[in-house]
Design a protein around this ligand. Structure first.
Ligand code: AMP
Ligand code: ZN
Length: 114
């Protein structure tokens, strides 16, 4: 989708600090990091939000989760872990309408969210 920010990042029209890319996924650093490590994992397929994901997207969503933990480990967070978050629609405070998995680590994160 040409009017989607993350689709434009995927196509290279908007620059990003890429961490990982394959034919299905892209991972890049969040422009406004909320922790010492904060990156996003997105599918190249445009899915607006988790509520819009179809049953046939389940494997892709699983790959996002697994790649996220691999990359967080590579960032030095294997021992202490971190947080994997998908904000969804208005109550979830989703601001970019292309599904994305936030991956945060490098500090102790508060719970519950405000
Ligand atoms: P959400 O509020 O869950 O929709 O998260 C969207 C995230 O995208 C926020 O954490 C933003 O800081 C991040 N973001 C917005 N624009 C960019 C960009 N151009 N490059 C990297 N991250 C971005
Ligand atoms: Zn998109």
């Amino acid at each position: 989708m040409s009017d989607c920010l993350f689709c434009r990042i995927i196509s290279g029209g908007i620059p990003s600090k890429k961490i990982y890319e394959d034919n299905e996924l892209l991972a890049f650093y969040d422009i406004s990091p909320q922790a010492p490590v904060h990156f996003l994992v997105i599918p190249k397929k445009h899915i607006s939000n988790l509520m819009e994901a179809a049953p046939e997207d389940a494997v892709l969503l699983g790959k996002m989760l697994h790649k996220a933990q691999e990359l967080l480990s590579e960032q030095g967070c294997a021992e202490k872990g971190g947080r994997f978050v998908i904000n969804c629609k208005s109550d979830g405070m989703q601001t970019v309408e292309h599904i994305h998995l936030h991956v945060l680590g490098g500090r102790s994160l508060g719970w519950p969210p405000g």
